[in-house]
Ligand binder design. Structure first.
Ligand SMILES: Cc1cc2nc3c(=O)[nH]c(=O)nc-3n(C[C@H](O)[C@H](O)[C@H](O)COP(=O)(O)O)c2cc1C
Length: 340
């Protein structure tokens, strides 16, 4: 395929594709800027009210932006350019998380990334009960390979370890709802970022597990039966853990790209997913997600629940215009300067 010309409509499509990415509480903590000299798209961190309460270090922000970077690479491949991203390219600009060039045409065999372009528009979190149908072994292998291609590890533990992971997530869910600052941050983001009204719509919130086995996140932090519909979820949940060998900002961005690659491969196969990130938000619990079962240290970044079930409702997104080249919302440049 020959490379597309970078006109306004292609640019808008690239950004629209990037922002279909999942983000913590649908906070969409990203800004984009076209660098006309280098013909490249810059992705920067954006502040959102409430995000610092639930994500003080910025880990989840990096994961979210990693997902958007991966989507951008998929769209770039779709348009016939080489899908690469330079991560944290300028140490003097810590809020600049990646630069994606839009100029060099793909040479040689076409990339497998462009095959995921259709799935990118269809992926939604599905917080509904899944059927009892297990994921085929071969597909689990394919999901693990998708993570590996982005430098991460995806493990799929057996029933006993799954129970342990769900218990850790329950512990974190209880801590989250009991913490006034986090509960307020969660509510604020779920109701709509920065007064835009773009949060998580009721139809996307899904259900709570009537068996109280799977700790679905309570975004309103209220656990009120009249607000949250309870349904029995699958008895044998299919849970995976995504991790990396190191734990620097660049690894958080890689983990985000791996997460989105895994989610898009799952979507392409008709598999739904929801994320259980609660235990990652408490350092002592996060360490226990991997600590006990690996001979070399691994750093966990996400717990993912897979299955067959309803597609999940779409959640609204800021438009390409709203996230393009307006430095007014850019994160303070010093926010990440002390991180590894
Ligand atoms: C870092 C991160 C953490 C997340 N944590 C959770 C979670 O704990 N529970 C949940 O249901 N969804 C979680 N999500 C999913 C977001 O809520 C979701 O992506 C967002 O609301 C947009 O909806 P969509 O995924 O359907 O596009 C998380 C997403 C990211 C990137």
């Amino acid at each position: 395929m020959s490379a597309a010309v970078l006109d306004a409509s292609t640019l808008e499509t690239l950004i629209a594709a990037a922002v279909t990415a999942p983000s913590i509480h649908n906070s969409q903590p990203w800004r984009f800027r076209l660098d006309p000299d280098d013909v490249a798209l810059e992705i920067r961190a954006a502040d959102r009210h409430g995000l610092r309460h639930i994500d003080p270090q910025g880990r989840a922000l990096h994961l979210s932006i990693g997902c958007a970077i991966f989507n951008l690479r998929v769209a770039v491949a779709h348009f016939g350019w080489t899908p690469v991203a330079r991560l944290l390219p300028r140490p003097t600009e810590p809020d600049l998380l990646a630069v994606v060039p839009l100029s060099s045409a793909v040479t040689g065999r076409s990339t497998r990334l462009s095959a995921l372009y259709g799935a990118l528009w269809r992926r939604h979190s599905s917080r509904f009960p899944f059927s009892s149908r297990p994921l085929p072994r071969r597909l689990l292998g394919e999901l693990a390979m998708a993570a590996q291609a982005e430098g991460a590890l995806l493990t799929h533990p057996g029933p006993a370890e799954t129970d342990r992971l769900l218990q850790l997530t329950w512990e974190a869910e209880r801590l989250n709802t009991a913490d006034a600052g986090r509960a307020a941050g969660s509510r604020r983001l779920a109701h709509g970022i920065d007064g835009t009204g773009l949060g998580i719509p009721p139809a996307a919130l899904g259900h709570q597990d009537a068996r109280e086995r799977i700790p679905m996140r309570d975004f309103g932090a209220h656990r009120h039966p009249a607000v949250l519909v309870s349904r029995p979820f699958e008895k044998r949940p299919s849970i995976s853990v995504l991790s990396t060998a190191h734990d620097r900002r660049v690894d958080w961005l890689r983990a985000g790209q791996a997460l989105e690659r895994v989610l898009l491969v799952a979507t392409a196969h008709g598999v739904r997913a929801s994320l259980l990130h609660q235990a990652l938000e408490w350092p002592a619990l996060r360490e226990r997600l991997t600590g006990e079962h690996h001979t070399r240290p691994e750093h966990a970044h996400m717990v993912i629940r897979f299955g067959y079930g309803p597609e999940g409702a779409p959640s609204p997104r800021l438009t390409a215009r709203q996230v393009l080249d307006d430095s007014g919302h850019a994160a303070r440049a010093d926010r990440f300067s002390s991180l590894p």
